[in-house]
Design a protein. Structure first.
Lengths: 266, 280
């Protein structure tokens, strides 16, 4: 019995440690002081009203949300189509396509970022929304493919056949039978793509320009110059936003299942 | 043929992105890494690694920081995974949620939290100073220690998952059999549980090592200018010095040395296991 208690104690210490950044950031964003301190001094909303006076954070927040939303839609549509085709029609060579589609997960983001910068500069889309969108879609599609392939592994094709026999056209079968059955996998693929894009730093780093900056990068560059409670308040906004999507993901699919898939790559 | 056509059509959009944003750019980057200042082909950028002690030191520092990260994640993650394997379904769910949720929030924000905790005027130093345990603030940040703390926080979830998955797969009747045969808890752990979760530990170690080697954000924010690891140097060559060929070469050297070290490790582990099998 004693051994289990030791394990429990270590487990909870680790759980507190990995959540410590948030336990520190959220309270210190409400400080009344002019500098960063923990525990915070007094209570005020001043650092939240300060965000409104900093257009770089507002603009990059809106830019990040737009980028993440478009990335999520694009990656989900493309990834779902690819996964469905790969699962339904197996032939010599489909395995190669499958592993190619998953390959961006095995290469460090640093290399993806640098190579995208070099190529995008050549074709003139470095520092544009399009460039960022393509790069974010590239790193999100593998997750969608994996999630949808997993969803398909338990898919019952006789249901589609039944639909055809009853006289439904292919589009109707797809819309009324296939899609609803795959919904959890597709929706979680979409949320995960959204978060992948919204959180990304290492790939975005090489592809942003002053007027196309994502929020994590705006925070990243601000942090390298100044450390004040403004970082805490803007971070709190991001934490709460991310939390909404994390809870959604947990409800739709379950984090354990999601990460069980992802634990072998990055 | 009529099977291939729909696959090719439906995978085409994804494949175009893959080719255009990933495979082709990587090929170009690889070719560029062999370009010297005169824009002709040479191994100059790669030879720098052998000739210039500066780059050797940077590589060694990157490896050292990664190894420390592997060690700390392993030591901290193992008890957590053990506890998860013993816990009931509901408890397991809560722990999983609490360890994975931070993972989905930007690393920039997590690092910022650690800066607030570990800084010279940070929470830990304030507490230790006011308790009179230390006279001067400890340097917990902007050195290798800070980077290892940040990386451990970033990657511990991977280690926990890898080990927990292998522990879940162990048949509980094996430990029961061991204890019926009179083995103590400690003995059961070392002769039954530990050997069976070696594949999980192995997966966690290689994954965390590879991730740490190529980490950029945490070393930049928690190591400052004093702990420049290889990804940071590569970034500077690309974005500040604008020496793209050298930056590209450094990134590939990073990838190459990571693959080399991971496969050497794999080889050692495998040989050892074969020896064990044949010895018994």
């Amino acid at each position: 019995m004693k051994k289990i208690n030791i394990l429990a104690v270590i487990t909870w210490i680790v759980l507190i440690l990995v959540n410590l950044p948030f336990l520190v950031i959220i309270p210190s964003s409400f400080t009344a002081a002019g500098f960063l301190s923990f525990p915070p001094e007094g209570f005020s909303w001043q650092w939240y009203t300060m965000i409104l006076e900093r257009p770089e954070f507002i603009d990059s927040l809106i830019f990040s949300l737009e980028l993440a939303a478009v990335t999520a839609v694009l990656a989900t549509i493309l990834g779902t189509l690819a996964a469905m085709a790969l699962h339904r029609y197996k032939f010599r060579g489909s395995g190669i396509i499958n592993s190619l589609l998953l390959s961006p997960l095995t290469v460090p983001s640093l290399i993806i970022g640098i190579s995208a910068l070099l190529f995008f500069t050549k074709i003139g889309i470095a520092g544009t929304f399009t460039g960022l969108l393509l790069a974010h879609a590239l790193i999100s599609i593998p997750y969608v493919v994996r999630l949808v392939l997993t969803g398909l592994s338990t898919f019952d094709y006789t249901l589609e056949k039944a639909g055809f026999m009853l006289g439904a056209n292919p589009l109707r079968v797809f819309w009324d039978i296939t899609l609803p059955l795959l919904r959890p996998a597709i929706v979680s693929g979409m949320i995960f793509s959204f978060l992948t894009s919204f959180d990304n730093v290492t790939v975005s780093l090489f592809l942003v320009a002053p007027d196309t900056t994502t929020l994590p990068l705006a925070i990243f560059s601000y942090m390298q110059e100044t450390l004040d409670p403004l970082v805490a308040s803007i971070s709190t906004v991001v934490i709460l936003l991310s939390l909404v999507f994390i809870i959604l993901l947990e409800k739709v699919y379950g984090l354990e299942r999601l990460f069980g898939l992802n634990s072998q790559s990055h | 043929m009529n099977k291939r056509l729909p696959v090719l059509l439906l995978t085409a959009p994804s494949m175009i992105i893959l080719l255009g944003v990933f495979l082709l750019p990587m090929l170009l980057m690889f070719l560029l890494s062999f370009e010297n200042a005169q824009e002709s082909f040479s191994f100059e950028n790669y030879l720098l690694f052998v000739q210039d002690p500066f780059y050797v030191e940077i590589l060694w520092r990157t490896i050292r920081v990664s190894l420390w990260t592997v060690l700390t994640t392993l030591v901290l993650a193992f008890p957590v995974a053990m506890y998860m394997a013993q816990a009931t379904g509901k408890m397991r769910g809560i722990i999983t949620m609490l360890i994975l949720a931070p993972h989905l929030i930007s690393v920039v924000i997590r690092n910022f939290g650690w800066v607030v905790v570990l800084g010279e005027g940070g929470w830990i130093n304030q507490m230790l100073l006011s308790l009179g345990i230390i006279d001067e603030p400890l340097r917990l940040l902007y050195n290798e220690l800070g980077v290892v703390i940040g990386l451990t926080d970033s990657f511990i979830a991977y280690m926990v998952l890898a080990i927990a998955t292998s522990l879940y797969a162990i048949d509980p009747s094996l430990s029961k059999a061991a204890s019926i045969l009179g083995a103590s808890r400690v003995r059961t752990f070392f002769t039954v549980t530990l050997p069976l979760c070696v594949p999980g530990i192995f997966a966690g170690v290689t994954l965390v090592f590879s991730l740490s080697m190529s980490a950029f954000v945490t070393p930049a924010l928690m190591g400052g200018t004093s702990v420049k690891v290889l990804p940071v140097i590569a970034y500077e060559q690309i974005m500040s010095t604008l020496n793209w060929p050298l930056g590209a070469a450094l990134a590939f050297l990073l990838l190459g040395s990571t693959i080399l070290l991971v496969s050497a490790f794999t080889k050692i582990v495998e040989t050892k296991r074969y020896k064990e099998v044949f010895a018994s």
